[in-house]
Design a protein around this ligand. Structure first.
Ligand code: ASP
Length: 312
């Protein structure tokens, strides 16, 4: 019997992540969290589950972990709230669902999936998105759930310095803690999902690339599935995730060449920093970034597994 192929990749954000600045306990916690999320997705794919189901569950696992800037670990806005963005996309029919600026939804990626499955829309925002959630039986959660001391301190620092920062952005330290997953299932289908709290001290309803199909999240069975992390404004202006697809489909580049061009040429040309994870329609995996590190993990049906943080 020929074993059917599948593969999975996930990220927990990119940025100035240096080994000499990391404490061993924290590094262990990150690796454990990445491993748990990877295992959750690999189990689904191994049982023949869909790529769409796998990316949703992987992102839920990461949203529930306070280490990452999504769901439970989301950063604070200028006014001291949490406004979360998420998207999910199926490469099979280009169906997509997304939400932005939600404050009371425990797992924004689940709401994005609900928008995709149960509404004629793609992107719902703020109180409207939350009303939609409630009308479909999804519970609201007390905003206190999202409080973490570390993020609160980051907001105080950002307020003092009067700047809007990406997760962790004081002086030498820049980290984008957004989470995402891409998968290729045994049916040959691709899917992508991304979830984020955005930027510390953000205001005026700022929305990043993560919930915008084509910018921070994209999937198309003809080419690849992509989830991005980094300076959202620059990823939007580069239409980063779609660019990987377009370079493969229209310029004939392979997955690695297309990701390299986006991450090391197109984004830097406008000072965009961060990274992305991508899988093509043969199950090849690419994890690329132009920062010092990216929390990431990957696995496939051949038994290759990796959990990495720093540059190689
Ligand atoms: N891309 C996200 C945003 O701009 C931030 C991140 O990757 O952490 O909202």
């Amino acid at each position: 019997m020929v074993m059917k192929k599948y593969s999975l990749a996930l990220h927990g954000g990119a940025g100035t992540i240096l080994k000499n600045q990391m404490n061993p306990d924290l590094e262990e916690q990150y690796k454990k969290a990445l491993n748990e999320a990877l295992k959750c997705g690999m189990d689904i794919l191994d049982k023949g589950g869909s790529a769409l189901h796998a990316v949703e569950e992987v992102v839920v696992t990461l949203e529930d972990c306070p280490l990452f800037n999504a769901g439970k670990g989301s950063v604070f806005t200028h006014e001291g709230h949490h406004e979360m963005d998420a998207a999910i996309m199926s490469g099979t029919d280009l169906n997509a669902g997304a939400v932005c600026l939600v404050r009371r939804i425990k797992n924004p990626v689940r709401l994005a999936k609900l928008v995709m499955d149960s509404s004629p829309h793609v992107l719902l925002a703020g109180s409207g998105a939350e009303a939609f959630a409630r009308s479909h039986g999804m519970e609201w959660i007390d905003e206190k759930y999202f409080y973490t001391e570390q993020r609160f301190k980051q907001l105080q620092n950002a307020l003092e310095e009067n700047k809007i920062s990406l997760d962790h952005d004081h002086s030498s330290e820049r980290k984008f803690g957004t989470v995402g997953a891409v998968a290729f299932d045994t049916q040959g289908q691709l899917a992508a999902a991304t979830s984020t709290g955005g930027m510390t001290n953000k205001r005026w309803g700022r929305i990043g690339d993560s919930p915008i199909p084509g910018a921070g999240t994209y999937a198309n069975n003809e080419s690849c599935a992509v989830s991005c992390t980094g300076t959202g404004e620059l990823f939007m202006r580069s239409v980063a995730a779609f660019q990987v697809h377009a370079l493969m489909k229209y310029a004939g580049l392979n997955l690695f060449e297309a990701c390299f061009k986006v991450v090391h040429e197109i984004l830097p040309s406008i000072e965009g920093d961060g990274g992305l994870i991508a899988i093509d329609n043969k199950g090849e995996i690419c994890l690329d970034f132009n920062t010092e590190g990216m929390y990431r993990a990957f696995g496939n049906s051949d038994g290759s597994i990796g959990i990495e943080i720093y540059q190689r």
